[in-house]
Design a protein around this ligand. Structure first.
Ligand SMILES: CC(C)(COP(=O)(O)OP(=O)(O)OC[C@H]1O[C@@H](n2cnc3c(N)ncnc32)[C@H](O)[C@@H]1OP(=O)(O)O)[C@@H](O)C(=O)NCCC(=O)NCCSC(=O)/C=C/c1ccc(O)cc1
Length: 278
């Protein structure tokens, strides 16, 4: 059953351990107002540690994923109120993107349509991203006279080559979902009517993996990007040991199924979570 946040800017439902969370301002192409940012934080926080949630998918109602920041409510109205209001609105936006970057469960962006500017923040926050072939991605900031702020330039520089990031940020041209996949902004592009099926398939693969190891893995990939090789090696030893203290049995059970029972090969798939011996 679909539920909505109190002011209706976010819709969500949990089906078979997948939380489908939607930007829900289709009339405004799901642009992010301060209300949406506040409500999105509350919704994702409420889902994060629910036992019936194993994966979160972020998508959009209607023709847009998100048309970026709300130029009226996020920018103009806050600028009129003063710096305090601008800073507050920034904190509201950045805090849910940050929360999502380090989310306890795996996260997937399912980009169904328009994705502009500020939308690159949550796009990067999600661990994986799948787009409709005809979705449109753009750093449109240059087209209305600002730089790609709110992390958008950083996302372009993180996910694209230097030349492509420059072109994308400076030219104000859009990429289709297909091009976004070729450029590395998203993992894959699919026909719109196949998008949900593929995302569900990916989510189900993740649901069958060891959840403690998945959280450690997604954090590790984000953290090591900024480390030297030696620091990464050290961090990964510690992260592995910390993960083991939360899940002492998983690795031992997987080893048992591989070495003793010979019922699976780690190189070819995940061990059976349901077989754990007492
Ligand atoms: C191509 C779009 C996405 C769709 O076109 P459409 O399907 O023909 O729809 P409409 O343009 O008719 O839009 C429907 C409604 O949604 C509204 N809308 C549609 N995007 C918007 C919108 N970003 N705002 C505020 N109303 C909108 C639009 O004004 C209109 O409102 P209304 O006339 O009342 O029905 C078009 O709406 C459009 O170009 N939108 C603007 C995209 C855009 O440049 N986004 C902003 C990028 S910049 C950014 O995000 C900044 C990041 C940032 C982050 C943090 C920071 O601290 C600093 C910076």
């Amino acid at each position: 059953m679909t539920e909505t946040s109190p002011k209706g800017t976010v819709a969500y439902e949990v089906v078979d351990r997948i939380a489908w969370v939607k930007f829900n301002r289709p009339d405004k192409r799901n642009c992010m107002s301060p209300t949406l940012n506040q409500e999105m934080l509350e919704v994702i926080e409420s889902l994060e540690f629910r036992e019936d949630v194993g994966v979160l998918v972020l998508t959009g109602e209607g023709t847009a994923w998100s048309a970026g920041m709300d130029l009226k409510e996020y920018f103009r109205e806050n600028e009129q109120k003063g710096l305090w209001a601008t800073r507050k609105a920034q904190r509201q936006a950045y805090s849910w993107w940050e929360r999502l970057r380090w989310y306890h469960k795996p996260t997937i962006a399912m980009v169904n349509g328009w994705c502009f500017g500020g939308g690159y923040g949550p796009l990067f926050s999600c661990d994986l991203a799948f787009a409709a072939e005809d979705a449109q991605f753009g750093l449109s900031e240059i087209n209305w006279g600002i730089l790609p702020g709110g992390g958008a330039s950083k996302v372009a520089a993180e996910l694209l080559s230097f030349r492509k990031a420059m072109y994308h940020a400076m030219m104000g041209e859009n990429l289709t979902g297909t091009q976004a996949a070729e450029w590395g902004l998203v993992n894959e592009a699919l026909p719109g009517d196949k998008l949900k099926e593929r995302v569900t398939e990916v989510a189900n693969v993740l649901l069958a993996k060891n959840a403690v190891a998945l959280k450690a893995t997604k954090d590790a990939v984000r953290r090591v990007r900024e480390m030297t090789y030696d620091n990464a090696e050290d961090y990964l030893i510690r992260a592995q040991e910390a993960a083991n203290s939360f899940d002492a049995h998983g690795r031992k059970e997987a080893t048992r199924q591989f070495i003793d029972e010979k019922s699976f090969k780690p190189g070819l798939g995940a061990y059976d979570l349901n077989k754990q011996k007492a």
